[in-house]
Design a protein around this ligand. Structure first.
Ligand code: PLP
Length: 402
């Protein structure tokens, strides 16, 4: 028997592997072969997990916190998360309204599995984070992509949103600050979304994973601050991956209505049982300890953001929105599409990214990965010297396209 002929489930044929992880793998392989690759494709802070958090992880091992925990996460962590929401935002939750999962991505997965049926439509503002459409598809539902315009600084235009609403619309996913654009949704946009959601009973999924990494002086507008009634139909997603440089620990959490969290716990109980016990104790130290760490990262990111945006804007034909948060810039480089190098045409963001990797040894993520082919994502979670040298190389390489 030819075992390569074993059939795969249809659901797996609907999706592709994460494109951001793929670029990263190619860049790493080139680097391993000795090439001097500068990597702007990374989706995580270039900081180590803070020492007190690492210590808490080590202590958890020695204290014997190495067994199964409660399915939704240890009670101390869920209580601490409730206190954080109350202190930081004034939002009141009880521990039964919190689920801790194996990263924010897994929280979203649990949510989609617990909420969606075939035929359900989920509104996804686009450019989107790479995992939203596949997670919706794996739940059997339909992603509906709502375009955002760089001329609106990637804010959501309620008039455009309305064109994508149908009687089958069940939910909308908000990500502010956004990966990949770094943009925020304005209070005005959130008010319009709130009105539609209240009228039609949509579930709002608010992915707040970057909410501690913002560069403005005014507080971040949030859907729950528009109308407190929305708490009954909103799932707030957050975690320690970005805010405490803990991507590898795999801890994220969701706050929401009790019956939805209970359904998500059912899914979790039959899949992962619980997130890593050791990582939960480390996350407890992050959530209850000093909260200055995201601010330290923000200070480091600020000059890099300035330099990156300003330098990209000097490149001929490139436009670039100033990101208000997260650690990405998302320049429009479509004016180079239709040109070619050595007879090879550049037809879109995938070709341009490959050209930059081959010609400039600079790894970036094509906008196509985020549903926005005109753009290229550069991460500034990397050293200033790397940014300076990398953008010099990009500029030189772009000039070779004719
Ligand atoms: C990184 C990220 C997450 C969560 O990542 P985890 O590593 O799974 O905690 C969620 N949403 C967005 C937009 C992200 O960029």
């Amino acid at each position: 028997m030819d075992t390569t002929q074993i059939a795969l489930a249809q659901r797996v044929q609907q999706i592709k592997p994460s494109p951001t992880l793929a670029v990263n793998a190619k860049a790493k392989a080139l680097k391993a072969s000795g090439a001097d690759v500068l990597n702007f494709s990374v989706g995580e802070p270039d900081f180590d997990t803070p020492e007190h958090v690492r210590e808490a992880g080590k202590q958890a091992i020695d204290a014997g916190h190495t067994r199964y925990t409660a399915v939704p996460g240890i009670i101390e962590l869920r209580e601490a998360i409730c206190r954080r929401f109350a202190d930081d935002h004034g939002w009141l939750y009880t521990p039964e309204q919190i689920q801790v999962a194996c990263g924010g991505k897994h929280g979203l997965y649990n949510m989609a599995q617990a909420l969606f049926n075939p035929g359900d439509e989920v509104l996804i503002p686009t450019p989107y984070w790479v995992s939203y459409p596949p997670i919706v598809l794996l739940a059997g539902a339909t992603p509906v992509l709502v375009p955002l315009d760089e001329n609106d600084d990637f804010d959501l235009n309620p008039e455009i949103l309305r064109q994508y609403v149908t009687p089958r619309t069940r939910a909308i996913i908000l990500n502010s600050p956004s990966n990949p654009t770094g943009a925020l949704f304005s209070r005005k946009a959130l008010e319009a979304i709130a009105e539609m959601a209240l009228e039609r009973g949509w579930v709002i999924i608010s992915d707040d994973i970057y909410d501690t990494i913002t560069f403005g002086n005014t507080p971040l507008p949030h859907i729950l601050d528009v109308d407190p009634k929305l708490q009954e139909q909103t799932l707030v997603l957050n975690g320690v991956s970005k805010s405490f440089a803990m991507t590898g620990w795999r801890i994220g959490y969701t706050a929401g209505p009790k019956h939805i969290i209970a359904a998500m716990n059912k899914i979790q109980s039959q899949s992962t049982s619980n997130p890593s016990s050791v990582a939960q104790y480390a996350a407890l130290a992050a959530v209850t300890g000093p909260q200055d760490f995201p601010g330290v990262m923000r200070q480091a990111f600020l000059p890099r953001r300035e330099y990156m945006v300003n330098t990209l804007r000097t490149m001929p034909g490139v436009t670039c929105v100033q990101p208000a948060g997260a650690f990405y810039v998302f320049p429009n480089m479509a004016s180079y599409y239709g040109r070619s190098f050595g007879g090879k045409p550049i037809t879109g963001s995938v070709d341009l990214s490959e050209f930059l990797l081959d010609e400039a040894l600079v790894a970036v993520v094509p906008g196509a990965a985020f549903g926005a082919d005109q753009f290229i994502r550069f991460s500034f979670a990397t050293a200033m010297e790397v940014i300076e040298e990398g953008l010099r190389r990009v500029n030189t390489a772009l000039a070779k396209l004719i």
